[in-house]
Design a protein around this ligand. Structure first.
Ligand SMILES: Cc1ncc(COP(=O)(O)O)c(C=O)c1O
Length: 389
């Protein structure tokens, strides 16, 4: 049975492809080091695991969850947003759980886009910002994020006719894959654009808790007027080492959340309530110290990699957020995919090709810091030994 024409409009998911290649090499006895996917290597914090264990043992969590989310979860998110970001949220109408940010972002496309509509997507960006619109028959339009503009999109460069068709706009700061933090004034400019063109802003806040050098990432919703035009997707995956738990929340505009709720109630049956309770526990103030200690580990790894690459003559900027190093590929390779293929085949190191994140990512590669120091250094040493850099 041939898959749908819709499915043919999107490329295979980068990391699904890489997983296959890594498995084949390992089966052949090759010691592959993966600096590809951003999947934290450190465990979920102990208080969160303990809360989950208690919640799993409680029969009160064993039945179908409501898509709306448990009251404790919604209240915990609202308390966290108030203390962490200075954003007031109504737990009854402005907070809802999601089965990971990926699910939420994909389903927002189904919720808001019709064929012919446009979604404005940060480029480079998380692949779901472009695959999502394509899968629902809409059109993703790339907004280049260039280093010379501090990785801010240039709204002035988007044709008026495109803005008229645009219904969604995807932003993400701290940014995957560039590591950029939000440029001054960008969120306010975005609120203004969204108001003028009736666009729903989706700020993907997957990395707000993973920052360095004293930088504290803001919420988009702290921008005046943001709640009228936007939602934010908060994820536990990276900041709390919870990728496997599938725990996220959508917060902000109540009407948008109600529409997403309507969609979800027809698509899935919500997050296991024990996971919601564990997620709520992660947002309590005593967990902040774990997050800070973890960020110190990532900062040390970041410095190790930046120093090693700089010593090899690769121009890299130390990011103030995210778990990624974004670096230019050496001269002599046709594109980033060719370079990453070469590194995998010759050094058994997985790095991500920038081109997989969008046209503006071409010419770069991404290193994830979610590998212990010794393996990270071994991987960078292997890359240096190739002598391309
Ligand atoms: C920008 C961004 N958004 C969302 C996600 C996915 O988050 P989740 O695990 O909550 O689905 C990722 C994961 O890499 C990401 O980089």
């Amino acid at each position: 049975m041939p898959p749908s024409k819709r499915l043919a409009t999107i490329p295979p998911y980068l990391f699904a492809e890489l997983e296959r290649k890594i498995a084949a090499k390992r089966a052949a006895g090759i010691d592959v080091i993966s600096l590809g996917i951003g999947d934290p290597d450190l465990p979920t914090f102990p208080q969160v695991v303990a809360a989950a264990q208690a919640a799993v043992a409680d029969p009160g969590t064993h039945q179908y969850p409501s898509n709306r989310g448990r009251q404790e979860f919604r209240e915990a998110v609202a308390r966290f947003y108030a203390r962490r970001f200075g954003v007031e949220l109504d737990p009854d109408t402005e907070v809802m759980p999601a089965i990971g940010a990926k699910e939420c972002i994909f389903n927002l496309n189904l919720t808001f886009l019709d064929p012919g509509d446009v979604a404005l997507a940060s480029d480079p960006g998380y692949p779901v910002y472009t695959a999502g619109p394509l899968l629902v028959g809409a059109e993703p339009v790339l907004m280049p994020l260039l280093a010379e503009r501090g990785f801010a999109p240039d709204y002035g460069a988007i044709p008026e006719a495109t803005l008229e068709r645009a219904k969604l706009l995807y932003l993400n700061y701290p940014n995957n894959p560039t590591g950029a933090v939000v440029p001054d004034g960008l969120f306010a400019e975005t609120v203004d654009l969204a108001r003028r063109h009736d666009i729903l802003v989706v700020h993907d806040n997957a990395y707000s808790e993973t920052t360095y050098d004293g930088y504290v990432a803001p919420s988009f919703l702290a921008t005046p007027g943001a709640k009228e035009v936007g939602v934010e997707v908060f994820s536990w995956s990276k900041g709390y080492n919870m990728t496997g738990w599938r725990c996220a929340a959508i917060v902000g505009n109540a009407e948008a959340i109600a529409a997403y709720w309507k969609l979800k109630s027809n698509v899935d049956s919500g997050n296991f309530e024990a996971i919601q309770l564990a997620g709520a526990r992660a947002l309590e103030p005593d967990v902040d110290a774990h997050v800070a200690a973890q960020n110190a580990i990532y900062a040390r790894r970041r410095d190790l990699v930046v120093d090693a690459l700089s010593a090899a003559g690769v121009m890299v900027t130390a990011p103030r957020g995210t778990i990624y190093i974004w670096a230019p590929i050496p001269a002599g390779f046709a594109d980033s995919a060719a370079y990453c293929e070469h590194v995998l085949e010759s050094a058994a190191v997985v790095i991500s090709p920038g081109g997989a994140y969008g046209t503006s990512g071409e010419g770069y590669f991404r290193i994830s810091l979610t590998t212990p120091d010794d393996r990270l250094l071994e991987a960078v040493a292997r890359i240096r030994r190739l002598g391309d850099t």
